[in-house]
Design a protein around this ligand. Structure first.
Ligand SMILES: *[C@@H]1O[C@H](CO)[C@@H](O)[C@H](O)[C@H]1NC(C)=O
Ligand SMILES: *[C@@H]1O[C@H](CO)[C@@H](O)[C@H](O)[C@H]1NC(C)=O
Ligand SMILES: *[C@@H]1O[C@H](CO)[C@@H](O)[C@H](O)[C@H]1NC(C)=O
Ligand SMILES: *[C@@H]1O[C@H](CO)[C@@H](O)[C@H](O)[C@H]1NC(C)=O
Ligand SMILES: *[C@@H]1O[C@H](CO)[C@@H](O)[C@H](O)[C@H]1NC(C)=O
Ligand SMILES: *[C@@H]1O[C@H](CO)[C@@H](O)[C@H](O)[C@H]1NC(C)=O
Ligand SMILES: *[C@@H]1O[C@H](CO)[C@@H](O)[C@H](O)[C@H]1NC(C)=O
Ligand SMILES: CC(=O)N[C@H]1CO[C@H](CO)[C@@H](O)[C@@H]1O
Length: 345
């Protein structure tokens, strides 16, 4: 009985299924609007997902791929707590996304300094997604973190290459979508530093016994190579002057503005201890081998621009010694009619 019952159940099932299938087909056709609504909802979901997740992701990755290069930085009107900073830069991208990146404030910091403390906050203007964009900025920069500014200048002075990061939060508006999406502008740029002013030369030196009315007794021409992209208005600068580890005087360079390249020729004057110089000139190897060329060291002392102390430059220049060979044999010979012999006069 049970054996015959089972196929019976199976049969009745099969019988029951067939009409239901036919019924569903009917339902499906009758409920087409429900499927359509479902499909539309799905499409809207996908579109929303693309717009609100995909587009911002694409926008962010396009922004990340774009390349920022600095063409020049000009620092002028330097004052104790502010300066004018102008930056000429270029942003290069594939130009495939038509978008507008809103203006934003970008923090600039040394990538390789542990604290990442911003030394400058730069107002970047609105830009577009064009393949090549020139972004020239000129603004007054209030120095809010003096330590960070001094550290930056020190690194700029000492290094041949340094990495600077620009970081800012902004929004992007993609053409055809009314909503703006938050993105982060984050670029690390490698830029040449001043490389410790290596290659600095002092030539055309002359000596005035007794000194002039300011007490200066040494005059020469300094040539300061600038390997960086920076034009820097320093102002009146003075330097400690060491000879063989002993401070022998102060060197002054007035109205100093460094420009990129080799065209930084300035008259210098110094008040130096005559006795120390004469004594050293009478010692070997200066009396014989180097013919009066002495190895001086210069270290920043003060930077004063139009009456204001510029500590963020002075402290940077004070952080290291720059060795410079100065020919004092020639002007001494011109003065005395003969070189100082070994053992002194
Ligand atoms: C930017 O370029 C202009 C035009 O060449 C130039 O006058 C200006 O000095 C440059 N500024 C900087 C910061 O390099
Ligand atoms: C922007 O700077 C570039 C050089 O970096 C220069 O060629 C261009 O003329 C500058 N544009 C303006 C408006 O200063
Ligand atoms: C040499 O120094 C004198 C003053 O000491 C200056 O008048 C002259 O221009 C300098 N020459 C060069 C080539 O720098
Ligand atoms: C610079 O040289 C002088 C004299 O040799 C020395 O006393 C001083 O410590 C040096 N300073 C730095 C920062 O190297
Ligand atoms: C420095 O510039 C000032 C004007 O700002 C000028 O009066 C002075 O003669 C200049 N000094 C030198 C040494 O060039
Ligand atoms: C540098 O000092 C000289 C003489 O004291 C002054 O005439 C000149 O204005 C100063 N220059 C700057 C840029 O402060
Ligand atoms: C600049 O610093 C010197 C000490 O280095 C100080 O005597 C002078 O008063 C300061 N000047 C100003 C304007 O702060
Ligand atoms: C001596 C030296 O290194 N000079 C460089 C100064 O900077 C310019 C460009 O910024 C270079 O072209 C020079 O070679």
């Amino acid at each position: 009985m049970s054996l015959t019952d089972k196929p019976g159940i199976h049969e009745s099932e099969r019988v029951a299924v067939k009409p239901r299938k036919r019924g569903c087909l009917g339902h499906c056709i009758k409920l087409w609007w429900a499927y359509l609504i479902g499909f539309i909802v799905l499409v809207i979901l996908v579109v929303c997902l693309v717009i609100f997740v995909g587009v911002p992701k694409i926008a962010q990755s396009k922004l990340d791929e774009a390349e920022l290069t600095i063409d020049g930085i000009v620092v002028t009107n330097t004052q104790s707590n502010q300066l004018n900073m102008a930056i000429n830069s270029t942003i290069r991208s594939d130009g495939k996304v038509h978008a507008t990146i809103a203006a934003f404030v970008g923090d600039m910091y040394l990538e390789d300094a542990e604290d990442h403390a911003p030394f400058a906050r730069i107002n970047f203007p609105e830009t577009t997604g064009d393949a090549l964009q020139v972004v020239n900025i000129s603004q007054i920069l209030e120095i809010s973190d003096m330590a960070a500014m001094t550290t930056f200048n020190t690194w700029l002075l000492k290094n041949s290459l340094l990495r600077v990061t620009v970081h800012g939060d902004t929004t992007v508006k993609v053409e055809g979508i009314s909503k703006s999406f938050p993105v982060t502008f984050h670029k690390t740029i490698e830029m040449p530093g001043l490389n410790m002013l290596s290659g600095l030369t002092v030539s055309n030196s002359s000596i005035q016994i007794g000194g002039d009315k300011n007490g200066d007794n040494f005059f020469a021409t300094v040539n300061i190579p600038n390997t960086s992209l920076f034009t820097i208005e320093l102002g009146n600068s003075s330097f400690h002057n060491y000879l063989l580890g002993k401070e022998v005087g102060t060197v002054f360079i007035d109205n100093l503005t460094l420009v990129p390249g080799n065209d930084n020729k300035y008259p210098i004057r110094a008040a130096i201890s005559q006795n120390d110089i004469l004594d050293t000139l009478g010692e070997s190897p200066y009396c014989d081998k180097t013919e009066g060329v002495l190895p001086f060291q210069l270290r920043g002392k003060t930077v004063v621009n139009h009456g204001q102390n510029i500590t963020y430059f002075a402290d940077a220049l004070a952080s290291a010694n720059q060795t410079v060979e100065i020919d004092l044999g020639t002007p001494i010979k011109a003065l005395l009619g003969k070189a100082i012999p070994c053992g002194g006069l």
